[in-house]
Design a binder for this molecule. Structure first.
Ligand SMILES: Cc1ncc(COP(=O)(O)O)c(C=O)c1O
Length: 405
């Protein structure tokens, strides 16, 4: 791994390499921010044009049936299902992650209020995504519950008989550290609690098994590794044991059992469709489908197994190369060193120049992200990131550090 040839050879034998051609990639740039906003599938503008100029412009309301607009939220959910380890008609695409989290967390709190009203404690991780914490804080006030934020190494101990709901992001957005969904869910269940998962930073990057993990509720975004486009709608999954037991709080007409009956009384639809609220964002959803279709194609190239393997190799090589080439620069590894405990991103810290380094890299065409207070974050989306990108990015990083010192 001491010269570029090693990385070129890895690219030459990469089974996922043909999938890179499915995307528009920025010219003269190494994009290491696909964990935030995925790149554009080449099929997306073609699909958008068709939806706009044919389905919308010419066919108008006929498209609800003719172009299957009305079933798009479930169709897309069914395309996400294999990435999340669940069966058909268990996931629906709609709204944003934050809104969907509101729905499922409210529902989970409602279940616990009926099942064990004495349990009033929600546990989450200290540096969880802020939006998840804001939603949890709002609902805790509404339900008279308390939100306890703990460090990841004390999570196990925090799951005790007082716990009502465990709310976790599967992969931490700052560090890329992966929680064991099955173990933590099992522990929560053992103590009579429910487990709610946010998979924004894991879906499409590492395998997820909602079903086998026996999770209760989950939400995730589609604009990151699923390449759904800016502001693409999110998705929601509810375990079949809960889904028909209780109505979600945002009772809109699209979640009604018969939306076109225009009934004055709300009657929730059966199954996951009740988690819909208002009219689906057809343009965004259509574009998202182009991103999901690449994952479908990826099944012919080893699917999530190869994607996960490549994520681990890319991130491991990046860490090894940074530690070798940038030794003594003040950079420290924040992400877990063990690839099994890490998703598809690597975070480093620098005590004084994290922001300046990210800016200098950007000027040289290496796109990472800065996170307060001292974090440099690099995402390695396996569908389109090359091994040579790792080499080239680290060489630029080394050069930037030399100019800064
Ligand atoms: C873990 C996590 N959850 C939720 C969100 C926000 O999702 P949305 O903007 O779809 O509500 C983010 C944003 O990046 C996130 O990182």
């Amino acid at each position: 791994m001491t010269d570029r040839t090693f990385y070129e050879n890895l690219d030459a034998i990469d089974p996922l390499e043909p999938l890179r051609a499915e995307f528009h990639l920025p010219v003269d740039a190494i994009y290491l921010n696909g964990n935030s906003l995925g790149v554009m599938p080449l099929a997306a503008p073609v699909r958008a044009k068709h939806v706009m100029l044919q389905e919308w412009a010419d066919d108008l309301t006929a498209s609800w049936n003719k172009a299957q607009w009305s079933t798009l939220p479930l169709q897309l959910g069914n395309k996400i299902a294999p990435l999340a380890g669940v069966g058909p008609d268990e996931i629906v695409v709609c709204d944003s992650t934050s809104v969907n989290l509101y729905k499922v967390l409210y529902t989970a709190m409602d279940i616990m209020r009926r099942r064990a009203p004495e349990k009033r404690r929600i546990v989450s991780e200290k540096n969880s995504a802020p939006t998840d914490l804001y939603i949890a804080q709002t609902l805790c006030t509404q339900f008279g519950m308390t939100l306890d934020l703990v460090d990841s190494d004390t999570l196990h101990a925090a799951i005790d008989d007082h716990l009502a709901i465990l709310l976790l992001t599967h992969v931490n957005y700052q560090t890329g550290a992966v929680h064991n969904m099955a173990d933590l869910t099992a522990r929560a269940h053992l103590h009579g609690a429910l487990a709610v998962w946010d998979v924004c930073h894991s879906v499409g990057a590492i395998p997820i098994e909602f079903g086998r993990s026996d999770a209760d509720f989950a939400v995730g975004c589609t604009y990151a590794y699923l390449n759904g486009g800016p502001g693409a709608p999110a998705f929601v999954w509810v375990h079949p044991r809960h889904v028909d037991q209780i109505a979600q709080p945002l009772a809109g007409w699209m979640g009604h059992a018969a939306p076109l009956a225009f009934d004055q009384q709300y009657q929730p639809a059966a199954g996951i469709l009740r988690y819909l609220c208002g009219t689906p964002a057809i343009l965004s959803m259509s574009v998202l489908e182009s991103g999901l279709d690449v994952f479908h194609k990826a099944q012919g190239y080893g699917g999530m197994t190869e994607i996960h393997k490549k994520a681990q190799t890319l991130t491991s090589l990046f860490i090894q190369l940074v530690e070798k080439e940038c030794a003594g620069s003040g950079l420290r590894l924040l992400s877990p060193r063990d690839p099994e405990q890490r998703a598809s991103l690597v975070s480093l810290t620098h005590p004084s120049a994290a922001h300046a380094i990210i800016q200098a890299l950007r000027a040289r065409g290496v796109i990472g992200a800065y996170r307060e207070p001292d974090i440099l974050r690099f995402g390695f989306a396996p569908l389109y990131t090359r091994y040579t990108d790792v080499w080239d990015a680290v060489m630029q990083l080394k050069s930037v550090l030399t100019t800064l010192s």
